[in-house]
Design a protein. Structure first.
Length: 84
């Protein structure tokens, strides 16, 4: 069973709230606060990767090839050669 994008996005929101809470307890010069914030940023990065991966997958109703870089579908071929 895979998680849905909205669950990953909820994880990001929770991590942001946790970072705010950590920063209310001290500054980043405190090693414990720094480590706690760093771990939450890692959690955010993992969630963002999951959302990006899920959005780059082709939908069952899409036609044409889907670009993993931008998640768009194109029905026409593109050329790198200049047109006359």
């Amino acid at each position: 069973m895979s998680r849905r994008d909205d669950e990953w996005l909820a994880d990001i929101i929770e991590a942001i709230a946790a970072i705010r809470s950590h920063l209310q307890r001290g500054t980043l010069s405190d090693g414990l606060v720094f480590d706690a914030v760093r771990l939450r940023l890692i959690e955010i990065g993992e969630a963002v990767k999951r959302v990006a991966l899920m959005s780059s997958l082709p939908s069952p109703t899409s036609r044409g090839k889907t670009s993993l870089a931008c998640g768009t579908a194109s029905l026409t071929a593109t050329s790198t050669r200049p047109t006359p």
